[in-house]
Design a protein around this ligand. Structure first.
Ligand code: COA
Length: 161
């Protein structure tokens, strides 16, 4: 059942070092990791799907067994189509748990063969979120500890418009 392939979906608006950390740790333990840039219909995004995809591709370029893709549909449909039976999500704090549990139950109900793995975010990144970074960048604060140079530039460009 495609045991050595996993997927790590998210909004990545924008990708942070917290996401990169989860990707690197997962990529070491699976033969292939699909990082899927998706839409959460409940969110309003700063960057378009294609802008988010480009930033993710740039930040993850050096990791050989990672495939970056995008999909504007139901996650389980993508997973079924690509025969991916392992899903990765990162957990930063207890506050993530309820939402993740709900999503995990829904996804497993739609796709019972799916196994979902939760990785604890490293402590250095456990408090960062894309929203927080956008807020700090909006006030021209220093975000260089949490995002790549490329993302920093893209954020500056976007927020100055
Ligand atoms: N380090 C830093 N930040 C992290 C992180 C980590 N390891 N893991 C998550 N985050 C942050 C993100 O930056 C994001 O912050 P924000 O809310 O401030 O933007 C937040 O945690 C959650 O982001 P993400 O993990 O991308 O989840 P999401 O809720 O935006 O999107 C999808 C989840 C896209 C996977 C989900 O909506 C989905 O599957 N959509 C497709 C449609 C579908 O199938 N829906 C049914 C789902 S049951």
């Amino acid at each position: 059942m495609g045991k050595k392939i996993a997927a790590y979906p998210g909004s990545f608006d924008p990708i942070t070092y917290g996401h990169v950390n989860i990707v690197k740790r997962t990529a070491e333990r699976f033969n292939k990791l699909y990082v899927i840039v998706m839409n959460n219909p409940n969110k309003e995004y700063l960057f378009s799907l294609s802008e988010r995809l480009e930033m993710v591709k740039t930040d993850l370029k050096g990791i050989k067994n990672v495939v970056v893709d995008t999909f504007d549909g139901l996650l389980v449909d993508y997973l079924k189509r690509h025969r991916i039976f392992n899903l990765i999500r990162g957990l930063r704090a207890v506050s993530d748990f309820e939402y993740e549990l709900q999503m995990a139950n829904a996804n497993r109900s739609l796709f019972p063969e799916l196994e979902i793995f939760f990785l604890m975010a490293d402590t250095d990144f456990s408090f960062i979120s894309s929203s927080m970074i956008k807020e700090i960048a909006n006030y021209e604060g220093d975000i260089s500890k949490w995002v790549s140079k490329n993302v920093e530039i893209k954020l500056k460009e976007k927020l100055s418009k």
